[in-house]
Design a protein around this ligand. Sequence first.
Ligand code: TA6
Length: 288
Amino acid sequence: RASHAKIEHDRVKLFLCSGETAEILLYGATIISWKAGGEERLFLSEKAALDGSKAVRGGVPLVFPVFGKSSNHPTDKLPQHGFARTSRWEILDTATESEEFINVDFGLGPENLTVDTRKQWPFDFGLIYSVTLTKTSLQTKLLVRNEGQEPWEFNALFHTYLRVPDVTKVAVTGLKGVTYRDKVQGGAEATEESDKLTIASEVDRVYVKVPGTVKVEDIEVGKTLYTVERSNLDDVVVWNPWEKAKTIADFGPEDGYKNMLCVEAGSVSSWQPMEVGSFWEGGVTISI
Ligand code: TA6
């Protein structure tokens, strides 16, 4: 069958004629499944709420306009990670179909936000989120525009929960020499010494201004599981809650942290300024 998109009341499913699929909820424009090479590539908690009652635990939630919680900043009334992941996006009718790729674009603007969220962050903005599935990659792109009469600033991040066979047997490469803020150590700064970051306990780090391509490798088999290529996104967050997963109400199964690793491309270490009428675009391609 030809590549096609199937639109349901709460989600879009993308099918490539070669067999790859992706599934995106309108809620948060959250990608909840990406299948390629015959395997599911994203981790989705079995306890994740998919009904729009809370941000999805797994897949690719979008972080905008604030990463974490801010203080003394115009975003400081917003909940952790902002509103993009908890708002219902619109499908823009720009899906294109071909043998090689299939794409869908989502839009979010002030008209899609709740009255409460508007009060918490009253700026005028337009977002276009583009998701493209190819045979070997998942490509995501976020376009941000200031549509108001005053400047504002934001963080953006693709909070990607990668599925891995065994997190203790993978390494993240491409971070050596990069400064990071260690959220497990209260935000202390350190420099990555290793060219192969391995995970053996809780990890929550913001790597600041990562110069090149980051990869997730299977160190036992010696093969690359994922290649993460960023465009206009300086920072990379690496997160695994380890046994703290037990304390996260919607995280399941309890030992599911062994099968996930968040490698999150973003612009979060400093605020991205947006002059009136200006555009910003950032994106990430994850290849298998
Ligand atoms: O990106 C890492 C992080 O900010 C961690 O600090 C961790 O708390 C995680 O995101 C999940 O946040 P959430 O709001 O989805 O529970």
